[in-house]
Unconditional design. Structure first.
Length: 194
């Protein structure tokens, strides 16, 4: 996906009235606090009913998650979001069904352009297709698509699209293998109250 430059976005945010900026800050603080509510059922209720995230009932979001712009995030059936994940929905984030995100996975939809003389913001939506498996502490940069059944190894930094059923690793992530295309499992983690 193309990454578009949003150099005026930062300027537009700064030009908003002070009260509006405080409201945005309060909303961000609330989404951080929700990640530490000691019940995944209550967290999901708040994310879905109060903050507008589109999330399947069978999906689990473990504690400590940092969710940015939850109203721009859609998570499909039976997906699992690991502890302390960062899900950035500012430019849109779609996570398919039976997706496994390990502990401390970071998914970004916005970043600063290192070539911009005025530190402009750029980005784009991220799509993670069904059966993708993202290892712990992996980072996915803005505007990318992780294909169906793809595997991103622990600690990888993904800087370009990952084709379906491809296994990538490293910094930056490179193909190291292929995954079977005969995936039939359904993630069904135990869902205790807490």
């Amino acid at each position: 996906m193309d990454q578009t430059s949003n150099s005026s976005l930062g300027d537009a945010l700064l030009k908003r009235p002070t009260l509006h900026r405080y409201a945005l800050g309060l909303h961000f603080t609330l989404t951080l606090m929700v990640g530490y509510v000691p019940s995944q059922h209550i967290r999901k209720f708040i994310y879905h009913r109060l903050l507008g995230m589109k999330i399947a009932d069978s999906t689990i979001i473990y504690g400590g998650a940092e969710i940015r712009s939850p109203h721009h995030i859609h998570i499909g059936e039976r997906s699992v979001i690991g502890h302390h994940a960062i899900l950035d929905g500012r430019n849109g984030l779609e996570i398919g069904e039976n997706v496994s995100l390990g502990t401390a996975v970071w998914i970004w939809t916005m970043e600063h352009d290192p070539q911009s003389p005025d530190f402009a913001i750029r980005g784009g939506p991220v799509v993670i297709e069904d059966y993708a498996w993202i290892g712990g502490r992996a980072v996915i940069l803005p505007g990318l698509r992780i294909g169906k059944g793809a595997v991103v190894a622990t600690g990888a930094v993904v800087t370009k699209d990952v084709p379906p059923y491809t296994i990538v690793a490293g910094v930056p992530a490179r193909e190291i293998g292929k995954r079977t295309t005969d995936l039939q499992y359904q993630l069904n983690w135990y869902q205790p109250f807490f």
